[in-house]
Design a protein around this ligand. Sequence first.
Ligand code: HAM
Length: 424
Amino acid sequence: MSKKFEALRGMEDVIPGEVEKWQWVEEKARVFFEANGFKEIRTPVLEVTDLFTRSVGESSDIVHKEMFSFEDRGGRHVTMRPEMTASVARSVIEKGLLRSAKSMRFYYIGPMFRAERPQAGRKRQFHQIGIEMVNEGGMNADLEAIDLLYRFLKYAGVEKPMIRINDLGGAEDQKKTALALQEYFSAQKEKLCKDCHWRLEKNVLRIFDCKVEACQPVIQAAPWEKIAPLSADFQKLLEEFQKRSIPFEIKRRLVRGLDYYNGAVFEVTAEGLGAQDALAGGGRYDRLYQELGESVPTPCTGFSIGFERLLSVLEKSAQPLTAKVAAKRVYVAPLDAAPEVVAFCSKLALELREKGIRIETAPGEFSLSKHLKKANQHQVGFVVIAGADEVKKKSVALKNMTEKTQTEIEADKLASYLQGVMPL
Ligand code: HAM
């Protein structure tokens, strides 16, 4: 018997039935971010390993334990990108994109790779929708990024996004904070795990990423508030959230698992995610571009949303994504086998298809009750019904399956009517 192949662990196919939901979310993201002035950027999946070691950081779990890295045929050390912030920076610097523009705003949608232990909500190939606001410093850019993230999640249908936020301080403050934390953790070294001993040497902040139970009491008791009080700008940012009714919690132990951050860093949680509860994460990173070779200071902020986690939250919401996606389809129901009725319906179906509307129908079926049963199975949003009378009047009966209403519409106005009322 020949060998049966399977997809690698933690890497999944997206097959018809599922892929429509991906397309729905991708379309929402494109429309939203383009409308807000962001331009799409696509970078290669493979980059030289050093790019991530230098940006995400040698001491981060991502670089230390989770990268898919290998030597290519030319002996170069390459890595399948675990995230895209570093790749965007590499591209902007390499292409000199900031020479012709003061600041730039990018969005991206694509696969990332991390060799983590697969479980619900944690994959080895996963996808992100992300933005980067390049050469935009200060509190207003932080506010705009978080406001955009919150508004996008609401626009996509997430019911209760909650922002968790922390202030890592500016570059100077960070050095002082690191020294004070080093002193604190060194005094408690015997209570920490082996990995944390290594983190203490390499980058003390990474101790906060530790998941080992025994380390938690020491981590929880770290005197953050005394070592690094929240900055005045950060306090102003929180006031703006209150004014805009953006829900947030301050989490002083939120340090994010990547080395490039400073200032405001944040994550978003939402109902229905379980143990892997971060739906998105991001923050300010003002040093990265210079560390990767840019000659002038380039303050930035950005975030990435976990695509699979977003799908899972949307599926569990009051109006599941499966139903929303199906509601974009139209069922065409001819009520008579007479050639002029069949031809009339075929022509309508063709016109709608040409406008990009997805059509379901059942050839050879002319009973209204059977058509409606099929339309219900497909969970379509609308049913177009036509018999001999409609052909004579050059109109159709249009049933709105969500609102349970029926109206008569002239056949040549049907496509534009549907385009106007169908959800995006
Ligand atoms: P991150 O927090 O590492 O940030 O990832 C962002 C989001 O990707 C997470 O909140 C989560 O939803 C999703 N994610 C991460 N790992 C996995 C996984 N193994 N399986 C499924 N989903 C996952 C970044 O990647 C930064 N580049 C964000 C950023 C952009 N910061 C500034 N600009």
